[in-house]
Design a protein around this ligand. Structure first.
Ligand SMILES: Cc1ncc(COP(=O)(O)O)c(C=O)c1O
Length: 422
């Protein structure tokens, strides 16, 4: 089905053992939820043991400090090259949420302390909760938050964004790509407009790493957030790109780590893992092409084999690995659980809100009805995804959707009969 596309890259030790479901049937699990988190790259396992042996504190002057210090230096060099920044423009954090918090709170605290008139913060209506909730918090301290709507396709209303910009704008914070629909925002243009009125620009680029080539300088942003666990490395490390000269405030006060911009003894192991994966930056473009072909083929097969399916988001301008679907007449959570039993890991939206019965705020902001949002499924491929996995997923999805729709039809008929009897 999917010929002539580049080969997958082995990033994880594929589960060699088959799993057994509750009916006693064996299956090979298939992971299609890379936007929630990615598997740990296989090559990091032996390296992690080596790094763990260099357990000293990187701030120590003696020999035990020198090993971890050089690990940190190397990681910073590789990571900064991957995002097109200078090594000193990288502040390592615990992950994307912390980086987003620091970017927004730092701007607000700095400007408030200066008694600045700039109190307006522009965000898109589909930002991650780590941006949304931070802005809610800052609104309680006096920030004015202006939310820019998106269209049914998830496109940002650029006219509204532009009309909001002015001498009171402190910062524009727009994500590089949406975690649920994969939609990519025009960050370069947004940076230019914001800078014209003297505002700063922050970009939550957590979903960009490893999926699209990243170049913070050409994006023109002042700050950008990244997370290691979305890029085949460990949880517990991320980064904030801070343009040289930006007056960054620390959120965590204490020692002088990260040049006083983020106190606390560093998570050397997770930072080393992120730095190591950044060495593979040259593979991003190839994987972009491979995953886009694989995702497009998957969507084509799903749309041709299963009726009543629509794709959320625009055709182009999407992350190459992400597919957000509406499956008419099927409850997303039920579908997810049934697919899980068959060995396929997918999601109904952001991982941090699963278990929440409310429909995805991102899909609701795009103007989907509650029913449509609750019938949605997010599929996200990764560097290790294969044609065979996608083919078996499409087969399983077709079977599960048909089964669930049949059950629904039969229960509706039953209900009607019962009503008629009354
Ligand atoms: C767009 C976006 N921003 C921020 C985050 C938070 O990153 P982390 O899990 O590293 O805190 C996520 C995680 O899902 C995300 O998708």
């Amino acid at each position: 089905m999917l010929r002539n596309i580049l080969r997958p890259i082995s990033v994880r030790v594929k589960e060699s053992q088959l799993m057994t479901n509750f009916q006693g049937r064996s299956f090979k699990p298939v992971y299609l939820d890379h936007n929630a988190t990615s598997p740990l790259a296989a090559e990091l396992r032996p390296l992690a043991l080596e790094w763990l042996d260099r357990w000293g504190n990187p701030s120590s002057i003696h020999q035990w400090g020198r090993g971890p210090k050089s690990i940190m230096r190397e990681a910073r060099n590789h990571f900064s090259q991957m995002i097109g920044a200078h090594p000193l423009e990288v502040v390592f954090t615990s992950g994307g949420s912390e980086a987003n918090n620091q970017a927004l709170k730092s701007a607000f605290f700095h400007l408030s302390r200066q008694g600045s008139e700039r109190r307006q913060y522009l965000i898109s209506a589909v930002e991650h909760p780590s941006v949304m909730k931070t802005m809610e918090f800052l609104a309680g301290l006096g920030a004015e938050v202006l939310t820019v709507p998106v269209s049914r396709q998830g496109l940002l209303d650029l006219d509204t964004l532009r009309s909001y910009l002015g001498p009171k704008t402190a910062m524009v914070s727009v994500m590089y790509a949406n975690n649920e629909t994969g939609h990519i925002f025009p960050i370069k243009k947004i940076s230019e407009w914001a800078h014209e009125v003297g505002a700063w620009v922050h970009c939550d680029a957590v979903q960009a790493l490893g999926k699209v080539p990243v170049d913070v300088k050409s994006w023109g942003v002042d700050l950008a957030s990244f997370s290691g666990h979305k890029f085949y490395s460990l949880k517990g490390a991320g980064a904030l790109y801070v343009r040289k000269g930006f007056p960054l405030e620390s959120l965590i006060h204490g020692g002088g780590q990260e040049r006083g911009r983020r106190a606390g003894t560093e998570n050397v192991l997770a930072i080393a893992a992120l730095g190591h994966m950044a060495r593979r930056r040259d593979q991003v473009q190839d994987q972009f092409l491979r995953l886009r072909a694989l995702r497009d083929q998957m969507e084509k097969e799903i749309l041709s084999q299963i009726s009543g399916v629509r794709v959320n988001g625009p055709d182009n301008l999407r992350l190459p690995n992400t597919s957000s679907l509406i499956l008419d007449g099927v409850d997303g959570e039920t579908l997810l659980m049934n697919l899980d039993l068959e060995g396929f890991a997918v999601s109904t939206g952001a991982a941090c809100s699963s278990g929440n019965p409310e429909p995805s705020p991102v899909l609701m902001a795009m103007g989907l009805t509650r029913e449509e949002a609750q019938s949605s499924l997010r599929l996200s491929l990764g560097w290790d995804s294969t044609e065979e996995e996608v083919e078996s997923f499409v087969r399983a999805l077709k079977a599960v959707v048909e089964r669930l729709r049949k059950i629904k039809r039969e229960s509706t008929k039953l209900e009607q009969k019962q009503k008629e009897r009354l």
